[in-house]
Write a protein that binds this ligand. Structure first.
Ligand code: BES
Ligand code: MN
Ligand code: ZN
Length: 502
């Protein structure tokens, strides 16, 4: 897709389609008003006859509108003018893109970027429009032998901005939107890959591809032999039942000064989580291929970061592993020694994510990080708590938590904070080891984070539980969402001091 910005009047555009908004009830937006005048009331006549109410997401495609140079005019319902919020804006853009894609317009000039969205500037509106477009044009069909593609797909879209002064801002928004979308699409591609192809070695290959593509990236793969030497007894135990070797990929992006402390992102990379000996029920088990969604998001964020060429140091860790039942598998009752030296009694082999992450979190101490953020499809309880809309955020460091919440607010990639009080730790007490890997039914998302917090004392740390947000379940809509690449990349953009809106 090709994106550009322009500042012009609608009647002067010579395009396959121009896209303008109509509010409810039957009220023309300023731009639609201009078209109406030129066309001598053609549009207002249609509205009066009841062809379009203006409800959010309604579409009316017109051909040969009098005195208009463009072949088509797409009227887009935007709901009540005063109620247009961020979420609706994105939905309207998505619907528009789908319509354009289906109705044979290969290029379009879109005036929806001039709509008023409360508290949002041109930068935000153009960037969100680019991201929404790329998101809805995404498809994963590399493993289908017969690919369905639109006959005349949308190729080029121009977003209009109100004044020429805003052109550079719009261009920056496009560049950022494309950089973010690139990472989101990388995340979706690896996450959607089936577990017979996407195993820990496959994740490592993806990490190596980034190294080859970008000068500023170097990648190191920690294999089982090295994990053994490092004493990563907990991580190794989880992978022991699988024939696929555990591999931790360490992606080092050097964009800042050599002595600048890095930000470290750690992703849970369970390429399949069967539950192990504490095996999961069969229904929907295929979706546990998405248990590497954290690693996929870290890979995606590293890709975006490199694409945007940000002047900071970031290290991305993909904690690749597979959890399988086997004669060699670890068992409930086993006591493991973690890399930190602390011992863990395994009460459920399905609480494996924390066992892999804890050693990865100890490993990254060596980088003396500025901050560490781990990303994990860690607990089903997070879906119970927050549903599919928000990522769970937990942190022992208030400023970092606020920075992440800000980034999530800016990017529209929602997150919500849960508490991490000391009170919860007693749920992890063990009679035989330093603690167990199971906190019981109450507050499962928080006790999982409490477990991790025992390994993150040496730096500022935040934890993102993406169990509800990493993918969409069921039917033909199933698929990776690419979350929370946007939020992470926004956090990095903010950290690098990159200029954004006005
Ligand atoms: N990967 C799962 C969590 C999960 C389940 C994410 C469903 C998304 C959808 C994790 O490894 C797991 O199995 N967690 C257990 C923890 C429990 C045994 C303490 C869970 O959530 O049931
Ligand atoms: Mn599990
Ligand atoms: Zn898991």
């Amino acid at each position: 897709m090709e994106f550009s910005v322009k500042s012009g009047s609608p009647e002067k555009q010579r395009s396959a389609c121009i896209v303008v908004g109509v509010f409810e009830p039957r009220r023309l937006s300023a731009i639609a008003e201009q078209l109406d005048e030129i066309s001598e009331g053609y549009i207002s006549n249609l509205l009066r006859r009841g062809d379009l109410e203006g409800k959010s997401g309604q579409m009316l495609l017109l051909h040969h509108v009098p005195n208009i140079l463009s072949e088509r005019v797409l009227l887009v319902g935007c709901g009540k003018e005063r109620e247009l919020d961020e979420r609706q804006y994105r939905q309207i853009i998505s619907k528009t893109i789908n319509t354009l894609n289906e109705t044979g317009s290969m290029e379009a000039v879109c005036f929806l970027s001039e709509l008023h969205v409360k508290g949002r500037d041109t930068y935000w509106k153009v960037r969100q429009a680019v991201e929404a477009t790329q998101d809805c044009l995404y498809s994963f069909n590399s493993l289908k032998t017969r690919k369905e593609e639109p006959r005349r797909p949308l190729r080029k879209i121009v977003f209009n901005v109100p004044t020429r002064r805003e052109l550079p801002i719009g261009e920056r928004a496009i560049a950022h939107g494309l950089g973010v979308s690139e990472g989101i699409s990388t995340c979706k591609n690896v996450a959607n890959m089936p577990p017979n192809i996407c195993n820990p070695a496959y994740l490592a290959e993806q990490a190596k591809i980034l190294e080859n593509e970008y000068e500023k990236i170097s990648t190191h793969i920690v294999d089982e032999k090295e994990m053994g030497e490092l004493g990563m007894g907990s991580y190794l135990a989880v992978g022991r039942g699988s024939v696929n070797e555990s591999m931790m990929s360490v992606i080092n992006y050097q964009g800042g000064e050599t002595d600048q402390a890095p930000i470290v992102l750690v992703g849970k990379g369970l390429t399949f989580d069967s539950g192990g000996i504490s095996i999961k029920p069969g229904e929907g088990m295929d979706e546990m291929k998405y248990d590497m969604g954290g690693a996929a998001a870290v890979l995606g964020a590293m890709h975006s970061l490199a694409e945007l060429d940000l002047p900071i140091n970031v290290i991305g860790v993909l904690a690749g592993c597979e959890n399988m039942p086997d004669a060699n598998a670890y068992r409930p009752g086993d006591i493991l020694t973690t890399m930190s030296g602390q011992t863990v009694e395994v009460l459920n082999t399905d609480a494996e994510g924390r066992l892999v992450l804890c050693d990865a979190l100890t490993y990254v101490e060596r980088f003396e990080p500025e901050a560490v953020i781990d990303v994990a499809t860690l607990t089903g309880a997070c879906i119970v708590a927050l549903g599919k809309h928000a990522t769970g955020l937990m942190s022992s460091h208030n400023p970092l938590a606020h920075e992440l919440l800000n980034a999530s607010e800016q990017s529209g990639d929602r997150a919500w904070r849960l508490p991490l009080w000391d009170d919860y730790h007693e749920q992890l007490e063990s009679p035989f080891a330093d603690f167990t890997n199971l906190g019981g039914r109450a507050a499962g998302t928080i006790t999982a984070a409490c477990f991790l917090s025992k390994f993150t004392k040496k730096y500022n740390w935040a934890h993102l539980d993406i169990a509800g947000t990493a993918w969409r379940s069921g039917g033909k809509d199933k698929g990776s969402t690419g979350r929370p690449v946007n939020m992470l990349t926004q956090f990095l953009l903010n950290r690098s001091g990159a200029e954004q809106g006005e």
